[in-house]
Design a protein around this ligand. Structure first.
Ligand SMILES: Cc1ncc(COP(=O)(O)O)c(C=O)c1O
Length: 358
């Protein structure tokens, strides 16, 4: 069976964990500081603040940006629930808008139409590793005096016009969950060019303290441990090679698959293929996934229910592209550990199931 996703953990990661365990310093310390400094090279030298999850990164960065009750934040409904949860957790209102159909990202025209006097921020998600239209969204944010807060959980090293994700917005959040393009076990990180947001993030993750027992604000324990940071540091050294392998796998799939709609890349964009997501006729999608499974190929549906319709939000909205994507998307294995035989098996299985369905 070729699984839908598979984290790559090697001897170097195990040795790094062992080094930290032997040091006796397990909580946030020098490994976290080194991880932040090293990750900063991916986001044009911005401040980096590591935390215990991508969700904490989003949540704390919204607090640090001063967003709270009475504020509206424009988000896509076609994402993982954590995007909108972060907005809800600070007491603000997520305003769900539709996606554009090609890259599954928030539609700038829909963002523009959703702005009200209460809007404080736009939160694009670089879904599947393809960057949202950061040129258009930055222009809207600037013209309307809004913050751009990137959800880059799935898009380490993606870029638009040579500028990496995480270096566009007032703040950006990354996730290091095991299935992401790089992992720390669990973990997250905020990048920001804003000194104030960076300092508040450092306080918020550590009970409001910079100096021990001198708590300046009310905060959380959202610290990353040195064990997780040590894993993340090793993975960071492998990210560029893995990303190139994901892109090569995606190119192979797109050149050889037939009978499904393959994922395009926008002009000027670097797609890092966290997922390789095809579209299949909505009535056929679930049967298609079952038949792939029967042929030894795992797949995933990210995400079957738009966030606004989940019981946690339960809103009735008209978001046709979001609904269509939720019915049609299917993500095929694309991770760097796939062998040429695996890739051939995936192509054979998809093409066979697609042609049988006609
Ligand atoms: C788009 C998106 N946002 C936020 C998150 C939250 O990250 P984490 O699972 O590290 O809390 C994830 C990943 O799970 C995600 O895919």
């Amino acid at each position: 069976m070729i699984p839908a996703a598979h984290p790559l953990i090697g001897d170097e990661e195990r040795a790094a964990v062992d080094r930290v365990m032997r040091s006796g310093m397990l909580a946030m310390g020098p490994e976290v500081a080194a991880f932040e400094a090293e990750f900063s090279a991916l986001v044009e030298g911005r401040h980096c603040i590591a935390v215990n999850s991508g969700t904490s990164a989003l949540h704390l960065s919204l607090i640090a940006a001063g967003i709270g009750p009475g504020d509206e934040v424009i988000v896509p409904s076609f994402s993982f629930a954590a995007t909108a949860n972060a907005v809800g957790l600070v007491g603000a209102t997520p305003v769900f808008v539709d996606i554009e159909p090609d890259y599954f990202a928030i539609d700038p025209a829909a963002v523009e139409a959703a702005i009200t006097p209460r809007t404080r921020a736009i939160m694009p998600v670089h879904l599947y590793g393809h960057p949202a239209d950061l040129v258009a969204l930055s222009a809207i944010a600037e013209a309307r005096g809004l913050l751009l807060i990137e959800d880059a959980a799935q898009a380490h090293a993606a870029a638009v016009n040579g500028i990496p994700v995480g270096a566009w917005g007032a703040a950006a959040s990354f996730s290091f969950y095991p299935t992401k393009n790089m992992t720390s076990g669990e973990g997250g990180l905020v990048s920001t060019a804003d000194e104030g947001i960076a300092r508040t993030m450092r306080l918020l993750r550590n009970q409001g303290m910079e100096r021990r027992y001198e708590n300046e604000i009310i905060g959380f324990n959202a610290r990353m441990t040195d064990i997780h940071a040590a894993i993340g540091r090793v993975q960071l050294t492998k990210l560029a090679g893995w990303t190139a392998q994901r892109q090569a796998n995606a190119t192979f799939l797109s050149e050889n698959l037939s009978g499904v709609v393959t994922p395009p890349t926008a002009p000027g964009a670097v797609h890092v293929f966290h997922q390789y997501t095809v579209r299949i006729d909505g009535a056929e999608r679930d049967r298609f996934a079952e038949e792939l499974h029967a042929r030894g190929v795992g797949s995933g549906v990210y995400y079957p229910t738009p966030i606004h319709r989940l019981p946690s939000f339960a809103l009735e909205l008209d978001l046709p592209q979001t609904e269509r994507a939720a019915r049609e998307v299917l993500s095929l294995p694309v991770y760097p550990g796939l062998t040429p035989d695996d890739l051939a098996t995936i192509v054979e299985a998809v093409n066979a199931v697609a042609s049988a369905g006609r």
